[in-house]
Design a protein around this ligand. Structure first.
Ligand code: 4AD
Ligand code: MG
Length: 445
């Protein structure tokens, strides 16, 4: 009796008869041989059909199998260094094969397709090996995020998705009808995290967040996952120390667990291996000076125009990309001008125009993966900031209340899951880091 296994277990079954259930990824062959590359969700393995072993009828049936036909295969496992697959190194000599469905005309072939076509076929494209690898990396990153935080005393408290007010600016809100009121899809769980730390000390939320981003960059989704740790009795310095430990753990864990996936993606892992604490820290002022110097030095007029920047401006993708090329690790940029950041950030002592914010920018041009800050802890100052941002105070009264009942210095940050996946996988667009991405131009499938 053959043992039913999955492809990721195959190395334990050399010389034994096994059964695999999956889909035909690729079929080739000539003469008396047919090669089926079978995928089952855990990996890809080459199965070999030899006409004299199988008889003409079954062999002919195998020869007619189209890409993505669903099959059950029983056969002998052989070690063979040259055998292609993921992880590779084994093949299956077919003894029996049952066809559940033979597929003709699967729309995605080995030939090159345009990105819009592939995105329209996203429900099928997820089966392709690179897309499969990216999603596997994504789940490992999610697990690493949760493990790190759980192991470091953070309590996972969920925050609402339907919210009455904005936290990250009013221009990116998705409005929904909430009975007789207006509500918005959450841009962040942070404000609720700040309530939760006063009950639990260190907390995090991890879930979908929404931004009605009118931008078509490679970095923006309308729906993305964010993990947001928040810590009571924590200042900006201490926050950076947590962030660099956290990000290094995520990267090193993924390197360890996703060797095959990163190889499939042809990711240069030497760059990732360098991601260990400490990360360089530069001020916004220094970043502006560095960008000015890069702009000065470039002979490319297009880049010169893109890098135009004055003190007080927020960075765009080109600024972050050029800046991060100067570092081989993620780099902290702290002390942004208050005018480009959210209302809740603590002002810099003695420099009211600057706030205790810190962004973490990923290397190799990937840019911001984390936004964070020390939060304003004085109630009067917070009320003034809410009014300055023209936000309706009545919606934030509970948030101000937190500063009236045992206010403490506290800090937190948000790491974007898809931005992190994009960087670690080394892919060029964030849409491939989400199974079913939501962007300005796409809600389907
Ligand atoms: O910098 P952001 O807007 O910060 C916050 O929302 C804070 N409330 C977080 C906190 O302190 N608790 O967003 C944080 C991160 C960004 O660095 C980026 O990685 C990701 O969320 N992000 C996006 N990812 C994809 N598409 C978008 N439109 C994103 N906007 C932010
Ligand atoms: Mg940000």
């Amino acid at each position: 009796m053959a043992t039913e296994i999955t492809i990721d277990q195959i190395h334990q079954y050399e010389g034994q008869e096994i059964t695999l259930k999956g889909w035909v990824y690729l079929r080739t062959g000539k003469g008396k041989l047919q090669f089926l590359r079978l995928r089952d969700g855990t990996g890809i393995v080459q199965c070999v059909a030899f006409r004299p072993d199988l008889g003409d009828e079954l062999f002919e049936e195998i020869k007619r199998l189209g890409q993505e036909s669903s099959i059950i295969v029983t056969g002998m496992v052989r070690a063979d260094e040259r055998a292609p697959g993921v992880p590779g190194g084994y093949e299956v000599g077919i003894r029996q094969l049952t066809v559940l469905q033979n597929v003709a005309d699967y729309p995605i072939g080995p030939k090159e397709h345009g990105i819009e076509f592939l995105m329209d076929q996203r429900h099928l494209w997820l089966r392709s090996s690179k897309q499969w690898a990216i999603m596997r990396v994504r789940t490992v990153i999610k697990r690493a995020i949760i493990d790190f935080l759980d192991d470091h005393g953070f309590v996972n408290i969920d925050t609402p998705i339907l919210t009455p007010s904005a936290a990250e600016g009013t221009s990116t809100l998705f409005e929904v009808a909430y009975f007789d009121e207006k509500a918005y899809l959450a841009q962040t769980g942070q404000l609720y995290n700040e309530a939760n730390i006063m009950a639990f000390g260190k907390v995090y939320c991890f879930g979908p967040t929404f931004r009605a981003e009118k931008s078509k960059t490679r970095r923006h989704l309308a729906e993305f996952w964010m993990v947001e740790p928040e810590l009571a009795f924590c200042d900006l310095e201490q926050l950076m120390a947590v962030e660099e430990q956290f990000v290094s753990y995520i990267v090193q864990t993924t390197l360890q667990k996703c060797r095959h996936e990163l190889a499939l993606l042809e990711r240069d892992t030497t760059a990732l291996a360098k991601v260990t604490p400490p990360f360089p820290r530069i001020s916004y002022d220094e970043a502006v000076a560095r960008i000015a110097a890069i702009r000065e030095a470039t002979a490319d007029p297009e880049l010169k125009a893109l890098l135009a920047l004055e003190w007080g401006d927020d960075f765009g993708s080109p600024h972050e990309t050029e800046l991060t090329k100067q570092f081989d690790k993620p780099v902290f940029v702290y002390g942004y001008p208050s005018q480009v950041k959210a209302f809740y950030m603590e002002p810099w002592p003695g420099r009211a125009e600057v706030c205790k914010s810190v962004d973490l920018l990923a290397p190799e041009g990937y840019g911001e993966i984390i936004g964070g800050s020390e939060r304003m802890s004085d109630p009067a100052m917070l009320v003034a900031a809410i009014e300055r941002h023209e936000l309706p105070l009545e919606h934030y009264q509970w948030y101000v209340d937190l500063r009236n009942f045992g206010s403490v210095p506290h800090s937190g940050f948000g790491l974007g899951l898809e931005r992190t996946v994009t960087w670690i996988c080394g892919i060029d667009h964030i849409r491939q880091a989400s199974p079913f991405p939501r962007t300005l131009n796409r809600l389907h499938p």
